[in-house]
Design a binder for this molecule. Structure first.
Ligand SMILES: Cc1ncc(COP(=O)(O)O)c(C=O)c1O
Length: 446
C-alpha cells in the first residue's frame, strides 16, 4: 500500500467541491495545470519568438513525459487531439481481423468498423462477455489464426473492470495489442510496454483538460499499421514539398496536423505532477478510494458490478431502483454518472472523507423506503454540448401509502403546510421530503 505521505502533496492539490465523484467522465483541472496554462497563454500573447518557442517546446516535453510513464522512447509517442483520433490512426491502418468488445466505449468499436468499411482490408470480430466484463479468457475464446490484433480498453468505462494486460499480452502472442488507456493512464500501475499501441487523453484522471490526447506506436506496430491518415504533420519535408511526401519516421507519421502547444503544456504540467509521486502510489490510493466506495455500497446493500479484485477508480453500482439512488445522490450534492441501470461512481486520490460522507448519506437516504422521488432525465447528444434538460419521466418508485401524497406537487404542498410556507412564511428546505435530480441519459463524456 502506498505511503500516504508520498501522495499527500498530490492529494492537497485537489480543490474540487466535496461530492465530486465523476472523474471517469471529466477531471476538473488541477491548480498546476491551470497555472501553467495561464502562464503559457501569456507567453503566446507576447508575440516574442522566445515565448512562442518556449511554449512550442511543451510538445516535446509532453512526449518525453508520456514516454517515461509508458517505458517507451519519445519518438514512439505522438500527441493527438483525442483518444479517438489516436485509435483512428491505429485501426484505419490495420488489416486482417481485429477483436473488439461489443460493450466497450464506442471509440474502439466504431473506428474499427469505419476502417473496415472504408478500406475493405479489416474484419471486425466483436466479443460479448458476460456483464460486458472483458477477461483474457473471453479474448482467447475468440482468437483464431486470422486475428491480427486485439483492441480493448484497459479499464472499462462502464463496469470499471481492469483487464490483465500482462496476461492478455501472453495470450495474444505475436498479434498487435491496441489499448485504449483513457480510464487507466496515470492511475493504474502496469507495464505498458506489453501493448503495441497505447492511446489516451488527459481530460479525466490526469486533470489536464481536453485536447491532451496521445498515442504510442511501438516499432512492431509501426511495421504493421500503415499511417493511412498521415497528414501535414506526419509527412517528410515542409510546406514547399510537392506531391505526396512519404510519412515521417516514428510515431509522428500517425498525425494529421500540428499539435496544440497549449494543450501540450497542460498535459506536461499534469504529467510532471504524476511523475513526482509515481504511478504505483497513485494507483494504490485510487484503488483504496474505490474500495471505500464499494464498502459503502455493501453497507447499504447496493450491488456492485465492478470486479473487486480488478479495478482502478471506477465503481459501477447496479441498484434495484437506479432513479431513486440517482435522485438521492443529486440531492446530497454528489456528482456521478447515472446511465440506464447503473450508477458509476469514480473516485480519485483527492476524494476525501467529506465526499465519502455525502455518498454514504445519499446511499442511506436511498435505502429508506417510502420517499417521493422525481427524476428528470436530461439528454446530451453524443459529441454535442449539453442540452437543456428534457423531462422524460417523473417517477414515483413505490405506490404511495394511503396517507401519503400521490404526487410531487402534493408533497410540496403538504410540506408547505407543515413548514408554514402555505401561510406566507418562508418554507424550510424541502429536500428532506422531495428529491428532484437531473440524470444524464446519454453523453459522450463517459
Ligand atoms: C474508454 C474510453 N475510450 C475513449 C473515450 C473517448 O475519449 P476521447 O474523448 O479522448 O476520444 C472515453 C470517454 O469517456 C472512454 O471512456
Amino acid at each position: 500500500m502506498a505511503d500516504v505521505t508520498d501522495v499527500e502533496p498530490l492529494i492537497e492539490s485537489f480543490d474540487v467541491a466535496a461530492g465530486y465523484l465523476d472523474w471517469a467522465r471529466f477531471g476538473p483541472l488541477s491548480p498546476s495545470v491551470r497555472a501553467e496554462m495561464h502562464a503559457d497563454a501569456e507567453l503566446l500573447g507576447s508575440g516574442r519568438s522566445s515565448g512562442v518557442d518556449l511554449v512550442g517546446a511543451r510538445i516535446g516535453e509532453a512526449r518525453d513525459l508520456i514516454g517515461t510513464i509508458l517505458g517507451a522512447p519519445a519518438d514512439e509517442i505522438v500527441l493527438q487531439p483525442s483518444t479517438t483520433h489516436g485509435l483512428a490512426h491505429a485501426l484505419f491502418g490495420l488489416d486482417g481481423t481485429v477483436i473488439v468488445p461489443s460493450e466497450d466505449f464506442p471509440s474502439v468499436r466504431l473506428m474499427a468498423h469505419r476502417a473496415a468499411v472504408t478500406r475493405g482490408m479489416l474484419d471486425v470480430r466483436e466479443i460479448d462477455p458476460p456483464d460486458g466484463i472483458v477477461t483474457v479468457d473471453s479474448v482467447v475464446d475468440a482468437l483464431t489464426d486470422d486475428v491480427t490484433a486485439v483492441a480493448v480498453s484497459l479499464v472499462d468505462f462502464r463496469t470499471g473492470a481492469l483487464l490483465d494486460l500482462a496476461g492478455l499480452r501472453d495470450a495474444v502472442g505475436d498479434r498487435l495489442l491496441i489499448i485504449d488507456a483513457v480510464q487507466a493512464f496515470g492511475v493504474v500501475d502496469v507495464d505498458w510496454s506489453a501493448a503495441d499501441v497505447v492511446v489516451g487523453n488527459g481530460y479525466k484522471w490526469l486533470r489536464a483538460g481536453r485536447g491532451t490526447g496521445f498515442a504510442r506506436f511501438s516499432a512492431r506496430a509501426r511495421e504493421r499499421i500503415e499511417p493511412v491518415l498521415s497528414g501535414i504533420s506526419g509527412m517528410q519535408g515542409d510546406a514547399t514539398t510537392l506531391g505526396v511526401p512519404v510519412p515521417r519516421a516514428g510515431a509522428a507519421a500517425y498525425s494529421i496536423a500540428p499539435s496544440d502547444p497549449l494543450a501540450a503544456s497542460r498535459l506536461a504540467a499534469s504529467l510532471r505532477e504524476i511523475l513526482a509521486v509515481g504511478t504505483a502510489d497513485i494507483a494504490a490510493e485510487v484503488r483504496r478510494r474505490a474500495a471505500d466506495v464499494m464498502s459503502l455500497a455493501d453497507r447499504y446493500e447496493v450491488p456492485v458490478l465492478t470486479p473487486r479484485d480488478a479495478h482502478a477508480g471506477i465503481v459501477a453500482l447496479v441498484p434495484s431502483d437506479p432513479p431513486v439512488l440517482a435522485a438521492a445522490l443529486a440531492n446530497h450534492g454528489v456528482t456521478v454518472t447515472a446511465r440506464g441501470t447503473s450508477i458509476r461512481v469514480s473516485a480519485h486520490v483527492g476524494t476525501g472523507a467529506d465526499s465519502m460522507m455525502l455518498l454514504g448519506d445519499a446511499l442511506a437516504d436511498a435505502a429508506t423506503a417510502g420517499r417521493i422521488v422525481a427524476v428528470e432525465y436530461g439528454r446530451e447528444e453524443l459529441g454535442g454540448e449539453p442540452d437543456a434538460p428534457e423531462v422524460i419521466t417523473i417517477d414515483l418508485p413505490e405506490p404511495a401509502p394511503a396517507d401519503e401524497p400521490e404526487s410531487v406537487l402534493e408533497a410540496v404542498e403538504a410540506t408547505d403546510d407543515a413548514t408554514g410556507g402555505g401561510d406566507g412564511t418562508e418554507p424550510e428546505a424541502l429536500t428532506a421530503d422531495v428529491v428532484i435530480a437531473v440524470v444524464d441519459d446519454e453523453s459522450i463524456e463517459n
